[in-house]
Design a protein around this ligand. Structure first.
Ligand SMILES: *Cc1c(COP(=O)(O)O)cnc(C)c1O
Length: 391
């Protein structure tokens, strides 16, 4: 009996391999600045979301070390019991200032934030409108909610308005969107979404995982658009990308944050983040606020890479951020391209379906990339483009 069950899984795994959809984990032996060592080979890492290099910042590391000494390794209880410390509260206070909100709450990861906050906001009798390219954690959050769901075409605010006009909903209406779409690097039409929510009395939930620390002088997507966070806006973000630490947060009105404390299952039923991680996030946020050279360097590096992609006429998306995808016709070609880059010491793995429709190499640019590392990438891309034309 049990052997038969395993045969089913084995067969499915074989199918994945045949379709080149099989994934495997590659762990690093060392990480030093933007260098990554895998199987004894050192590469320049273009697959990290450490946009500002803060995960290696000496002050951030020192803060984590100090908190480790003071509070220990694990927090050993949920926030509602004894898992939180004064530093958790200090980060939430800083976030209020950072995101210009009344209240905020730390959650354990972006994934668990989305799968618990979305169902807490919209339930039976409510409706959720969600962009077709939203992050998997948003999709899963929508699935966990009993609300009626409408998936709109990517960034299509006309379709949203049509839906809002057509449906009669006595309950709440919620529009959910990534601010920066994680696989294409483009930015959601937040201005229009904001206006729509205002006009149709809907809530706007934005996932600023790739916007925080990157857009709007580091403050995030709302600042980028010059939008004031009104009480109908719920801002979710993470410490796992530009902040260089780990964890997530949500900011909004006091009422909603109190509601989340009482209903977000990932907060209630999960152990709080260790204070060392929180201390790191605290110092990182302060650095983002005070050191504008980091974001400046990030955009300079990004512009250089985009310029190379443009010159070489490589296929890309409408990215407006440091996420720079290169698109290919097949997984095979993408794999070949990744190997070519790898032979130049560039680490840029393949992103394949079902994560994306069109297979790609997704370059993540960081302020911590040195000029010579960006130049090395350009050389590799020139070589890649020549090889592509020969095929
Ligand atoms: C990375 C990401 C998440 C998940 O965040 P984690 O902290 O890594 O769990 C959620 N939403 C978006 C848009 C992301 O890019």
């Amino acid at each position: 009996m049990s052997e038969k069950i395993f045969e089913i899984f084995e067969k499915k795994i074989e199918e994945l391999k045949e379709k080149l959809l099989y994934r495997s984990i590659r762990d690093a032996e060392a990480l030093e600045n933007m260098k990554i060592t895998i199987n004894g080979k050192v590469y320049i890492n273009f697959a990290s979301n450490d946009y500002l290099g803060l995960s290696k910042h000496p002050l951030v590391i020192e803060a984590a070390k100090n908190a480790l000494e003071l509070f220990g390794v694990g927090s050993c209880a949920s926030r509602l019991l004894s898992g939180g410390t004064i530093l958790h509260r200090k980060v939430e206070e800083l976030l209020c200032e950072f995101k210009d909100v009344e209240a905020s709450l730390i959650l354990n990861s972006g994934y668990t934030a989305n799968i618990s906050l979305i169902p807490a906001l919209a339930d039976e009798g409510d409706i959720i409108l969600s962009d077709e390219l939203n992050h998997a954690s948003i999709i899963d959050g929508c699935r966990l909610s009993k609300a009626k769901k409408f998936i709109y075409k990517h960034g299509d605010t006309e379709e949203i308005e049509k839906i809002l006009k057509k449906i009669s909903c006595k309950g709440k209406k919620l529009i959910v969107t990534d601010t920066v779409f994680s696989m294409d690097g483009d930015i959601a039409p937040l201005y229009e979404l904001y206006e729509l929510c205002k006009n149709y009395e809907a809530l706007l939930y934005i996932d600023d995982a790739h916007g925080t620390g990157v857009l709007g002088d580091g403050y995030g997507a709302l600042k980028h658009f010059g939008l004031k966070p009104d009480s109908f806006v719920i801002q979710m973000g993470t410490f796992s990308k530009a902040v260089g630490a780990f964890g997530a947060f949500v900011g909004g009105s006091k009422t909603l944050i109190n509601w989340f404390v009482n209903t977000a299952r990932a907060l209630i039923f999960s152990t709080a983040l260790p204070t060392s991680v929180i201390a790191a996030a605290y110092v990182s946020l302060k650095i983002i606020r005070e050191n504008k050279n980091l974001t400046k360097k990030l955009w300079e590096n990004t512009e250089k890479v985009r310029e190379t992609i443009r010159k070489l006429e490589l296929q890309t998306t409408k990215s407006q951020t440091p996420i720079v995808p290169i698109l290919f016709e097949s997984i095979q070609k993408t794999q070949k391209a990744s190997e070519i880059l790898s032979s130049f010491g560039i680490y840029a793995p393949v992103i394949r379906p079902p994560t994306v429709k069109i297979p790609r190499i997704r370059l993540s640019i960081s302020a911590a990339h040195k000029n010579e590392e960006i130049e090395r990438l350009s050389e590799a891309l020139i070589h890649l483009s020549q090889q592509l034309h020969q095929v």
